[in-house]
Design a protein around this ligand. Sequence first.
Ligand SMILES: [Zn+2]
Ligand SMILES: [Zn+2]
Length: 151
Amino acid sequence: MQKYTCTSCSYIYNPFIWEEDIIPGTDFETLAEDWVCPHCGDIKESFIEAPTHIQEASSINMITEEELSHIPFYKEQWDQIIVHIGSPDTPHEIEENHFIEYIGLFETDGEIIDMCTLPEESVIFFENPWLEDYEVRLSCNIHGVWRGIKI
Ligand SMILES: [Zn+2]
Ligand SMILES: [Zn+2]
């Protein structure tokens, strides 16, 4: 799900974070037209799509622990794609203030194929889209979006 930013005050609407009266997972597009920025009170039209910067792991031999806990390692197993959030030794924490927003399969142009929001397990299963090219991405509310590595 896309994040939006207020052009007046830089507040970021994050659909995965609980705001007053708004249930986590509410898409920006579906917010009421009279919804206003909770920070500065500007109107909904003042928001633009927040840019997504996708991070890559450094060379696999010198990967840091923080990176390890954010990289979705994935493999294809016949009609399934099995995604491990981080390595078993360095799982990502699930805390009130630090959590995984989503794990998703994306086409290379960024279109969503399938997505699991707010995963509670460290292993996620997707249906294999049988595509030549696709990406697995993970989004942490603090550390941003990470591209997966196929194992
Ligand atoms: Zn604002
Ligand atoms: Zn994180």
